[in-house]
Ligand binder design. Structure first.
Ligand SMILES: C[S@@+](CC[C@H](N)C(=O)[O-])C[C@H]1O[C@@H](n2cnc3c(N)ncnc32)[C@H](O)[C@@H]1O
Length: 385
């Protein structure tokens, strides 16, 4: 493909990404794959170049641009060589007209203007692994180009794009792909060997497996989620990691307490890695900024408040609750915890202090800017005896 044809391809794909963001359709990665599946003539270099243009344009715009062309013209302000490719030649974008709309550069959508600036959410995220302490020590795992992460004791950082899931060490369960921030918040929950622990929003088990390693695979670890497909991915991951204590349980959203009646006041620790806007992961998933709306945020807050109540009812007297979100919006972190504490006099804030980031309201916050990790908020609460 010529550079001009690559620019036109990126325009077409970004048009699709904008439409999908509006309609709740497929993710940009999927759209890129589909585009090239129908164009087998494109080589690996073309795919890489088009992908870089698509993500460059998405990363630059906090709001969905008017069109793929406006997105690419916006990107051309940072990449002047792009302008020359709008030359109207065969497969090229049409020449640029004066007064054409260009996407405006911004870190966040206009309705969140100023709220998330300067937190480092538009950079590129590193590729981090968590070495599986149940099987090997970090020092003993020899992976090409890996360096220890600065804060998480089991973390390794690799060059972006390394195909780690093809390594034999992955098949042997010696590591999991997990952002350093996710490793740090999982550790800050304070799970101990032999405890009874509930991971209320386990998803595919990223933090469940980290909790199991902290528990030395001893005790009980109930892994719940309301999404059947996600939760189904836990069992093969646990088997690979040598985790035997994780017990999956599917919940019915809105009726979580019914399915958890046997765990009422029985857990030493409940972890709520709550569904959230994911603003802290925008580096990995920049198009998520185009999908978040005030309505969606309000719906998430309702679920977060309910899950806090559901989770708290499972904690034994003297036990702990860890509330985590990968959002940097206070209405998803500080606010639900403050509201919960106001209604629940028998609970108090109980740390944690992490080796990176900073105290934030009743909890702790990691941001890409201050910790180099994804953005997270964590609060740990303790129930009185
Ligand atoms: C932030 S993700 C969890 C990520 C996971 N803990 C990890 O470390 O990979 C939030 C999860 O909450 C789940 N969820 C949403 N509503 C729920 C509900 N009512 N009860 C339990 N889980 C729910 C979602 O399916 C999603 O997997």
């Amino acid at each position: 493909m010529t550079p001009q044809a690559r620019a036109q391809a990126a325009i077409d794909i970004v048009d699709g990404v904008i439409a999908a963001a509006r309609a709740g359709g497929a993710a940009a990665d999927t759209l890129i794959q589909r585009y090239f599946a129908a164009r087998r003539y494109a080589g690996a270099k073309d795919r890489r170049a088009v992908r870089a243009l698509v993500y460059g344009a998405i990363r630059r715009a906090g709001d969905p641009p008017a069109s793929g062309r406006a997105a690419m013209l916006g990107l051309a302000e940072d990449m002047p060589e792009l302008t020359a490719w709008f030359d109207g030649s065969r497969h090229a974008p049409a020449p640029i007209r004066p007064d054409e709309p260009r996407a405006i550069a911004s870190e966040a959508p206009a309705w969140l203007a100023g709220r998330l600036d300067g937190l480092g959410l538009t950079g590129r995220a590193p590729l981090d692994l968590r070495v599986n302490r149940l099987k090997i020590r970090r020092e003993a795992l020899d992976l090409p180009d890996a360096v220890p992460t600065p804060f998480a004791p089991d973390g390794l950082r690799l060059p972006q794009g390394a195909a780690v899931e093809r390594l034999e060490a992955y098949a042997q369960g010696l590591f999991e792909v997990q952002d350093e921030g996710s490793q740090l918040v999982a550790r800050a929950c304070g799970a101990q060997p032999g405890q009874a622990v509930v991971d209320l929003c386990a998803g595919a088990g990223g933090k469940t497996l980290a909790l199991a390693a902290d528990m030395a695979d001893r005790g009980r670890l109930l892994a719940c989620d309301a999404d059947r497909a996600r939760l189904a991915r836990l069992a093969p991951r646990a088997a690979r990691a040598g985790v035997t204590i994780a017990e999956p349980r599917l919940l019915d959203a809105g009726r979580e307490a019914d399915a958890l009646a046997d765990w009422r006041e029985a857990a030493d620790l409940v972890v709520i890695d709550a569904p959230c806007s994911g603003t802290g992961t925008w580096r990995r998933n920049p198009e998520a900024r185009w999908r978040l709306t005030p309505d969606r945020l309000a719906r998430l807050q309702t679920v977060q408040a309910r899950l806090l109540r559901v989770g708290a009812a499972l904690v034994r007297p003297g036990g702990a609750l860890a509330y985590i979100t990968c959002s940097l919006l206070d209405e998803e972190g500080v606010a639900p915890i403050a509201a919960f504490l106001e209604e629940a006099p028998h609970w108090r804030v109980d740390g944690p202090a992490l080796p990176a980031g900073a105290a934030h309201g009743p909890g702790w916050r990691l941001t890409p800017a201050d910790a180099g990790t994804d953005g997270f908020f964590i609060a740990r609460l303790r129930r009185s005896c």
